[in-house]
Write a protein that binds this ligand. Structure first.
Ligand code: PEP
Ligand code: MN
Length: 442
């Protein structure tokens, strides 16, 4: 049964100007008739998991592409991202000594907010790329035309992605011992890995000990993995919002976790209103201009019932700002009594244009923002609950730095992202080992 849900008319930032209204209506009708990608019970379970993280009893790892593409939804690419997230999670589990809640920026990350509506190249101006769910990346008028049929293709691509992710995580491929073996390969074979020889050895002994005890728990063989994306394109998200027959509550069944981006978190805007009306666990990005009062107002709007795990505040202040801006925000939210989960996105406040003209980020800035995030929470007695990373399983050269070292001059060598620069596999694992090291020494 497809429920009809009415949505209020509110200003909605960052929406495509679909040129063909009839085609949009047809696409939305298609989406409304399609089955859910995730289930209400799974979303509730994630809320419970995030609640534990908000109390410091779990740590959250979110990771995946800045912008997923239809073309990029191959078995190899999906497996590569999943592997990277799982490898990071094992290291973080060891470092934090608590469960790691794993959420892929996957199976729905097909819409992008843009700072400029148009892109100019060599005197030619075309509409900006807004993600594969809206238009194409190629710099041609045809590709950049906004086509609502892409929303339906986004659904099917998400469906195929999620299917593979579920198969990998439930079918034995992601066995903890296997993931650890991949980490050992990383330590053995990469320049960055050498530094982590000791920690990998400790994890190895812990696993050998459990093996010797005869322990072979089900938890080693299956992985709980959730899908999340920015709830940006309201035509897509609304069409995939359903009323749960069991409880009568609304769930956005396009993903387990959805967040509101920095550019669409206006208190009187359609995105905040949308998120307030769904039962999924939700997030909001908070950039360096966030005032403590705004943060509290967002909490009031998005989590009036103060449900632990419901609301995640994802700070993305930049390495240079996090230590100045975050404390007052955390203090005010803590004083308000809202039981939020704090997660650090060390990517979006640290973007700059490198020597080759590419948008890039430095590994050192990424690490430094996470470190600042931990420092602030330690000092205030609150929990640094997780990290949110743009990454890929491929050996791209989009971000500079890390021990293996991508030099600024080399950024163009393998620059494959459709939007923001991602940590490559080695940089991602290095980050996990670094963060795990601090967690152990705390
Ligand atoms: C993103 O997560 O890709 C993004 C655009 O982030 P933000 O809204 O924080 O800028
Ligand atoms: Mn991004």
């Amino acid at each position: 049964m497809v429920d009809l849900i009415e949505w209020p008319e509110l200003p909605a930032a960052q929406q495509p100007q679909w040129p063909d209204r009839a085609a949009l209506d047809a696409a939305v009708a298609d989406l409304r008739a399609l089955p859910p990608l995730v289930f209400a019970g799974e979303c509730d379970q994630l809320t419970d998991r995030l609640a534990t993280a908000s109390r410091g009893e779990a740590f959250v790892l979110m990771g995946g592409d800045c912008a997923e593409t239809f073309e990029g939804a191959t078995a190899d690419a999906i497996r590569g991202k999943l592997k990277t997230v799982l490898q990071m999670a094992v290291v973080l589990t060891y470092g934090a000594s608590v469960p790691v809640v794993k959420i892929g920026r996957m199976a729905g990350q097909y819409g992008k907010p843009r700072s400029n509506g148009d892109e100019e190249r060599d005197g030619v101006s075309l509409p900006s790329y807004r993600g594969d769910a809206v238009n194409g990346l190629a710099f041609t008028p045809q590709a950049r035309r906004e086509d609502p049929r892409r929303l339906v293709q986004a659904y099917h691509t998400a469906s195929a992605t999620l299917n593979l992710v579920r198969a990998f995580t439930q079918g034995g491929y992601a066995d903890l011992r296997q993931v650890h073996a991949w980490n050992q390969d990383f330590v053995r074979e990469s320049i960055a890995g050498e530094k982590y020889d000791r920690m990998a050895g400790e994890i190895d002994r812990a696993l050998a000990f459990m093996n010797a005890c005869g322990a072979d728990p089900e938890e080693f063989r299956r992985v709980e993995f959730y899908a999340g994306h920015e709830a940006l394109l309201l035509d897509y998200e609304r069409a995939l919002t359903r009323i749960d027959s069991r409880t009568g509550l609304r769930y956005d069944v396009s993903g387990h976790f959805v967040w509101i981006g920095e550019r669409t978190r206006q208190l009187d805007g359609a995105h905040v209103d949308f998120a307030a009306r769904i039962k999924n666990p939700i997030g909001v990005k908070l950039g360096p201009a966030t005032s403590p009062e705004q943060a509290v107002e967002l909490c009031e709007r998005l989590d009036p019932d103060r449900v632990p795990g419901r609301l995640t505040l994802v700070s993305r202040m930049g390495a240079g700002r996090v230590r100045d801006v975050l404390p007052a925000v955390v203090e005010k939210v803590t004083a308000s009594g809202h039981p939020v989960l704090w997660v650090c996105d060390p990517m979006h406040g640290n973007t700059f244009e490198g020597a080759t003209g590419h948008k890039t980020r430095s590994y050192d800035d990424v690490v430094d923002e996470v470190r600042g995030f931990f420092e602030v929470h330690r000092r205030l007695g609150t929990h640094p609950g997780g990290i949110h990373i743009e990454l890929t399983g491929d050996d791209v050269t989009e971000c500079v730095g890390g021990t293996g070292g991508v030099l600024e001059a080399d950024v163009g060598n393998r620059y494959e992202t459709a939007c923001d620069p991602r940590l490559n596999r080695e940089q991602s694992l290095e980050l996990a080992f670094d963060v795990a090291g601090w967690l152990i020494s705390r």
